[in-house]
Ligand binder design. Structure first.
Ligand SMILES: Cc1cc2nc3c(=O)[nH]c(=O)nc-3n(C[C@H](O)[C@H](O)[C@H](O)COP(=O)(O)OP(=O)(O)OC[C@H]3O[C@@H](n4cnc5c(N)ncnc54)[C@H](O)[C@@H]3O)c2cc1C
Length: 246
């Protein structure tokens, strides 16, 4: 699908916070410019409120409470639900896939807002771990934890039972710090937090707030800071435990 000669097309890839905010801004900027067309392409037709993902995992919120239809944020911008397969910078076209079909969309100006992906390159074995970025991740993890509960309930070997109920969170950034106590509360006992390569837990708070939070977290959870997880660390704990979050 080419952009017409009379209209310049601005194509935004990614319907997260960055892509939707850009589309809204351009909507306002070019609302009196019929010669400009704005198109937003994203894999899902909803905007995910990532800060609420923890509550989806814990079950405190249902799905509708943390997702909002992207089209409701847009005025003149056209939304296309599709997966971006590749970008041809020379020809100014993007290849899209949707419902088993593939097609090209031309652009004059391109905005990339496709987000980031979890880095699994650094530590072999980390591909066995769960990630926590998308709605699907939160639901998968929730179902996995519940399933592990069920397995543990009928397990008679105490060591195996303990393994089934041990979870390791790798990474002491904001997601790791928030996920660990929520997981712990959900389980009623220990998530085991391993984390933060070479530094303290990250936090945006005043130090006094941080100290209170840390004291409360440390009551129920084991925290190992400044510990780098190398290749040698991964196979024994991950393979039998299979409850690792990256
Ligand atoms: C659990 C969690 C909690 C967070 N809490 C906070 C918080 O409290 N405060 C804060 O400031 N930040 C928080 N963040 C970080 C924040 O969510 C990110 O910084 C922000 O989402 C980045 O926005 P983005 O638009 O760059 O990418 P994203 O929000 O990741 O959006 C990328 C979009 O592109 C789409 N996409 C990706 N690849 C393709 C493709 N090939 N084809 C089509 N579409 C594609 C994705 O589906 C997605 O819609 C949190 C993140 C997580 C994971």
């Amino acid at each position: 699908m080419g952009s017409s000669a009379s209209k310049k097309r601005i194509l935004i890839l990614g319907g997260g916070f960055g892509g939707v905010a850009t589309a809204r801004h351009l909507d306002r900027l070019f609302r009196r410019r019929p010669d400009i067309e704005i198109v937003l392409v994203s894999r899902d037709n909803f905007l995910l409120m990532t800060p609420l993902l923890f509550e989806v995992f814990s079950g405190a919120l249902d799905l509708r409470s943390c997702t909002f239809p992207i089209r409701a944020f847009l005025r003149t911008t056209r939304f296309v639900e599709a997966t971006v397969q590749c970008i041809d910078l020379d020809r100014h076209v993007v290849r899209l896939a949707a419902a088993g079909e593939s097609k090209e969309l031309a652009y004059d100006q391109l905005v990339l807002a496709l987000g980031s992906k979890t880095n699994r390159e650094r530590t072999p074995g980390s591909e066995h771990a769960f990630t926590f970025k998308t709605l699907a991740d939160a639901l998968l993890l929730r179902n996995h934890v519940i399933e592990r509960f069920e397995r543990a309930d009928v397990e008679t070997d105490p060591q195996r039972k303990a393994q089934l109920l041990t979870f390791v969170v790798i990474g002491g950034g904001l997601v790791g710090v928030e996920l660990t106590p929520i997981g712990s509360a959900l389980l009623g006992f220990g998530f085991l937090a391993l984390g933060s390569i070479g530094r303290d837990l990250e936090h945006p708070f005043d130090n006094s707030v941080h100290d209170v939070a840390m004291t409360s977290i440390c009551r129920t959870i084991e925290i190992n800071l400044k510990q780098y997880l190398g290749e040698a660390d991964l196979p024994p704990p991950i393979e039998p435990v299979r409850g690792v979050l990256w």
